[in-house]
Design a protein around this ligand. Structure first.
Ligand SMILES: [Zn+2]
Length: 204
């Protein structure tokens, strides 16, 4: 276990203080969830290295929009924009690192049964304490020292849908909105097929 004042490399090769600084620059502040997310990314990355070697290319699937995507984008080459990071809006604090072509990888998640030894982490994560009553320093310390042991990790395989290479194919103009779209999406663009809350044009 790390000493509270240790700045030994801890999170994807960064010392703790260095990680916190980078996170503040990237995320806007050192959000507890993003700090914890960094520890989770580090653990999954190390396990993946031991399974597939240090140079294996990997992709990431996260199961929450809160904080976790930024931990991944800060600490790995995987971003939403290069399509190596996908986000499922499931509100579970979990992420999966996987390889191609087989889709094998590791999933790490917050384990509700392992929060007990870390009371500040537990009360924050489970929503047992008002934000105004939360001691930020004690919480950060619990995350730093207990974040790893409060997670569990499993070997997994992601479904084929995550492994396909997306090609746009031919582009046409949507007959409804007039904007270019991949014809493989159907007779109209996905937006015009409905089901999305989209920006509404204002009359000038
Ligand atoms: Zn359209």
């Amino acid at each position: 276990m790390l000493k509270p004042d240790s700045d030994a490399p801890h999170v994807c090769g960064l010392g703790w203080n260095e990680f916190v600084k980078k996170l503040e620059d990237f995320h806007g502040y050192a959000a507890p969830g993003a700090l914890w997310g960094g520890i989770m990314v580090d653990m999954a990355r190390e396990r993946l290295k031991s399974l597939f070697g240090p140079d294996a290319l990997f992709w990431v699937l996260v199961e929450s929009y809160s904080c976790l995507p930024d931990a991944v984008q800060l600490l790995t080459p995987c971003t939403v924009g290069n399509r190596r990071l996908q986000v499922l809006d499931l509100n579970r604090y979990a992420l999966t690192l996987y390889t191609k072509p087989g889709g094998q990888g590791v999933r790490i998640f917050v384990d509700g049964g392992k929060l007990g030894p870390w009371p500040h982490l537990q009360s924050w994560f489970m929503g047992l304490v008002d934000k105004k009553d939360q001691d930020a320093n004690l919480l950060t310390n619990d995350i730093r020292l207990g974040g790893a042991s409060a997670c569990s990790m499993r070997a997994v395989r992601v479904p084929e849908t995550y492994l396909r290479r997306e090609r746009k194919g031919k582009i046409g103009l949507c007959p409804a909105c007039g904007e270019p779209y991949p014809l493989r999406d159907g007779e109209r663009c996905l937006a015009c097929r409905g089901g999305f809350d989209l920006p509404v044009e204002l009359k000038s």
